[in-house]
Design a protein around this ligand. Structure first.
Ligand code: UTP
Length: 299
């Protein structure tokens, strides 16, 4: 599969129950870190990796995602008339001109694997990326997906992003067993969804970035509902690695789990502290909040 990936799939049809009541009307992927929604960070990462076709798997409640990537004629006109050129550029550049967005519907939230399968008619028979926007990955250098796409082009293997997690947390992740790593890559021997720490084969947890061989679609079609009654992507990957090489990729960067409250707060703080114009004010504000609460220093 030594081919450059061109297509990226964004499964955004989940219910986002952990952020209720906000997610009653605002999709989780539209929650902002500073001034950009999570989905924008993931889209930028995919475009940087060379993708020009973005497939959003949504549901009927998620018009906001499609609206966000649509052209906003009235708003553009108003900004133009009032000479707000900087803001005009911002909204015009949510998607670069050479990139097309395609929306497919997942009628029922039957799981991540099922959501990926919904993208099959658009992706067809070529390797592709999957990005879960609630996993936000911050890196000063190339984004995580670009790192993986470059590696996949060389090795020809499917790539799954991984990171080490504390042993007691294995039950919250897909966990992989690998042979030796060569650089950032190691061939995966086994993958299990959310194993209890006593049976987890390692501490290497799957993070929401994948470069997959299109064979995964055929395997998803025959995947039975697994953990939680959902069609699990992990189960289809377990089948894929009996047929084709699948590598774990230890990306460079910091991952924030923005599907959880604390992860979203952590990401907001990190981006604020690293922000061109906001960092000083953010640091002062944090310091005075800590002083006010009587916290002397952070442990
Ligand atoms: P999560 O389990 O993290 O997402 O799924 P969720 O269901 O939206 O959130 P909670 O747990 O209820 O708070 C991981 C990713 O898979 C997508 C989600 O949108 C998210 O990006 N997904 C999940 C689908 O697109 N369809 C599904 O049926 C399930």
């Amino acid at each position: 599969m030594n081919q450059r990936i061109r297509k990226a799939v964004f499964p955004v049809a989940g219910l986002g129950t952990r952020f209720l009541p906000a997610t009653k009307t605002v999709p989780k992927e539209m929650l902002p870190i500073i001034d950009r929604p999570l989905i924008q960070y993931a889209v930028d990462e995919a475009v940087e990796a060379g993708c020009d076709t973005l497939v959003f798997v949504t549901n009927r409640y998620k018009h906001a995602v499609a609206d966000y990537f649509d052209k906003a004629y009235e708003l553009e006109q108003k900004l133009e008339q009032s000479g707000k050129h900087e803001q005009l550029e911002l909204i015009r550049n949510v998607l670069p001109r050479h990139v097309r967005a395609v929306f497919v519907t997942q009628a029922e939230a039957l799981g991540l694997g099922h959501a990926v399968l919904c993208a099959k008619p658009i992706v067809g028979d070529e390797p592709f990326a999957v990005l879960l926007p609630d996993d936000l990955i911050w890196n000063r250098g190339p984004g995580a997906l670009k790192q993986m796409a470059d590696a996949a082009e060389i090795s020809g293997a499917s790539m799954i992003a991984v990171q080490d997690v504390p042993h007691e947390q294995t039950g919250s992740y897909g966990i992989v067993a690998t042979g030796n790593f060569s650089g950032r890559e190691g061939r995966i021997d086994a993958i299990v969804e959310k194993p209890k720490p006593e049976v987890a084969p390692s501490n290497l947890a799957v993070v929401g970035r994948y470069v997959l061989d299109s064979r995964i679609f055929g395997l998803l079609e025959s995947t039975q509902p697994g953990a939680g009654g959902e069609i699990q992507l992990t189960d289809a990957i377990a089948a894929l690695l009996t047929e084709k090489p699948v590598h774990a990729y230890r990306f460079q960067g910091t991952r924030f789990d923005c599907g959880t409250h604390i992860g979203l707060i952590e990401a907001t703080i990190r981006y604020a502290l690293d922000h061109e114009t906001l960092s000083d004010a953010a640091r002062d504000m944090m310091q005075s909040a800590l002083n006010e609460l009587g916290v002397q220093e952070l442990k």
